[in-house]
Write a protein that binds this ligand. Structure first.
Ligand SMILES: [Zn+2]
Length: 349
């Protein structure tokens, strides 16, 4: 257990807002005026492609959920995939520019995962784990069919002797897996209510020496005091693993809000790399920033406003941010955008 480690960069927030409510039930100050210790929501893009309408919609909702509850809002650049990041220079700057242009403000410095590998290594070092020499193919052959897109690791390397490991090390670089001992973990989601899965011995460090997504996200959310995780519904299935790891690191488990994805009229998800539907492309089609905000509001069934601030004022004190419709996918039909916007295929292969 290492709660001190995950808060070592000074962004300490071991207690959640809930804890403080219990300690000070009669406090009268408005939530906005609570100290810097209050919890946070976050948006954490990978700088491998420009933010498309679906990403912008998730960012708007993440900002809205956080601000409506008086939380801080932090932005983190998830740039661990160095090869893909190098192949797309300046994308992180564009993403921050687009968020600011939309009217989404954030608190504190933007955190970049590529600068924090030592912290991830330190946190992983506090957890029981073991070397895994399996190739992808070996794992696929030894495990059952993927469940919700995730293939549970069957534990093949968990019982290797020191001698067996020494032999394997001579020919392969091992990954490092956490020992979860078959834990079952349940998370609370704003829309899905509860979601539960068995936690497998997932990878903390890959065999190329890079920290895994699951490890980095958990360490950073804990270090940044994140108490509310809003993101696309495709990540719901990885939440129990991450919440379990959060718990093992001694940090408070955040509330999750998995929101709908954007699909084309055939039901396919927007391709991550499409350039057709980012903010610049919308401007090229004659849509001003305020029109894009209005489109995003309408897509989520929220009051149609021209700025996030206006939207925040419109939903404050209502139950609109609890409605299940926010977890539903946005089907981007041909009439949603100016003519020409959907001329190119916008779906994933
Ligand atoms: Zn293995």
């Amino acid at each position: 257990m290492a709660p001190a480690r995950v808060t070592m960069d000074g962004v300490q927030d071991a207690g959640t807002g809930e804890d403080r409510e219990q300690t000070h039930p009669n406090r009268a100050e408005p939530v906005e005026e609570r100290g810097p210790q209050r919890g946070a929501g976050r948006f954490a893009p990978s700088p491998t492609s420009e933010l498309h309408l679906g990403n912008l919609r998730t960012a708007l909702l993440a900002w809205l959920f956080a601000r409506a509850e008086g939380l801080r809002f932090v932005v983190r650049i998830e740039d661990l995939d160095r090869e893909r990041v190098r192949a797309a220079p300046h994308v992180a700057d564009h993403q921050l520019r687009d968020l600011a242009e939309l009217g989404l403000d954030w608190d504190g410095e933007v955190v970049r995962q590529s600068e924090r590998v030592d912290l991830y290594r330190e946190c992983a070092g506090t957890l029981a784990g073991y070397e895994c020499f399996c190739t992808r193919r070996e794992i696929a052959q030894a495990s059952s069919a993927p469940h919700d897109g995730q293939r549970a690791y069957p534990g093949t390397c968990s019982q290797l002797s020191e001698q067996q490991r020494a032999v394997l090390r001579a020919s392969r670089h091992p990954a490092w897996r956490v020992r979860a001992n078959g834990a079952q973990f349940t998370i609370h989601d704003r829309f899905a209510q509860t979601f539960s899965t068995r936690v497998d011995d997932f990878v903390l460090f890959r065999n190329d020496g890079q920290p895994s997504y699951n490890l980095a996200v958990v360490v950073d959310d804990a270090a940044q005091g994140v108490t509310q995780v809003t993101r696309g519904a495709d990540l719901l299935s990885s939440s129990p693993r991450q919440a379990w790891l959060t718990n093992r690191l001694g940090a408070p488990i955040p509330e999750y809000a998995h929101v709908g994805l954007v699909r084309d009229s055939t039901g396919r998800r927007l391709a991550k790399r499409t350039r057709d539907l980012d903010l610049r492309a919308m401007h090229d089609l004659g849509m001003a920033t305020a029109q894009v905000v209005r489109l995003l509001c309408a897509s989520a069934g929220l009051p149609v406003c021209s700025t996030p601030r206006e939207l925040l004022d419109a939903v404050r004190g209502t139950d609109m941010l609890q409605r299940a419709g926010l977890a539903q996918d946005w089907i981007l039909g041909p009439d949603a955008l100016p003519a020409g916007a959907l001329a190119q295929p916008v779906h994933s292969p």
